[in-house]
Design a protein around this ligand. Sequence first.
Ligand code: NDP
Length: 323
Amino acid sequence: MTKAIRIHAHGGPEVMHWEDVPTPEPGPGEALVRHAAVGLNYIDVYFRTGLYKSPLPATIGMEAAGTVIAVGPGVTAVTPGDRVAYASAPIGAYSTERTIAADRLVRLPDGISFATGAAMMLQGMTAQYLLRRTYRVKAGETILVHAAAGGVGLILCQWAKHLGVNVIGVVSTPDKAELARANGATHVLVGYSDLPAEIKRLTGGAMVPVVYDSVGKDTFMASIDCLAPLGMMVSYGNSSGPVGPIDIGLLAAKGSLFLTRPSLATYTAMRADLAATTADLFQVVLNGAVSIRVNQTFPLSAAADAHRALEARRTTGSTVLLP
Ligand code: NDP
């Protein structure tokens, strides 16, 4: 048997239960991984509440690091004993052992611990594709990053600075502002009453070429108004709730804007893209340009407490759950 956090109904953190489940056998193309650390991500909340759909009962979680303990027929990319990490569907990471398609696994470099691996795969690959592919930032630009002291946020701040880009971060408390600044943000706004006016002031009227907005419902319209003409609105999350339907005429009226709602799954669907994204991420972590801030750890069995902290905006940086 193995242990897993399972949900039998969608709802609040209380629907998560620590249960015995049979250890799965790896099928063709699969590996059985023993988790050493599991990553906490906001997407886990969406699967718990039912905003994102999955059949029940379910074991949530999309990210972990650990050791391959068995492989199914046809698997050659990894072998038992390999240190690996992943950030991928299907859900199931809140468990001590699980099977997953072997082509979703990436070997962890020796210099990266399991805890760091579990913390960085999903948030770090997201920062990579946002900065390098969705909108390819250029040195000297000034960009706007919401939730700048969060998991994805602190990685975005550090990586953007490494690329010579000025980050204007938005956070909710002075402590978070200090943290975002210490991680490379040039300016940090603590809440705001008129975000576009603040951005106008900070950019001398130029506004920004791109907004990375993970907050969703509460910030979408203000973010649109922070963009320079032909700017790109990157709406990549729903921490405050999903953005509703949009009249595309808005994009014309606000300056021929571009709008995208990207997902890591698309950007890493091909094995070659997964390999290139992780190679880029491992490089900036190993050379010290980006430090993965694991600012909270919880026992995996207490994942409900971790969810409460995340949803109450009490976490900063990344959070790891330990089996
Ligand atoms: P964070 O660590 O960023 O935590 C969420 C943060 O959002 C909070 O700390 C808070 O920061 C801010 N926030 C603003 N409004 C609310 C609210 N109403 N309720 C809760 N939090 C709020 O989480 P992650 O780094 O795990 O993820 C960040 C976002 O990015 C999520 O929306 C996630 O879904 C998205 N994401 C999207 C991906 C994609 O490919 N599309 C991949 C990875 C993540 P503050 O207090 O400073 O406002």
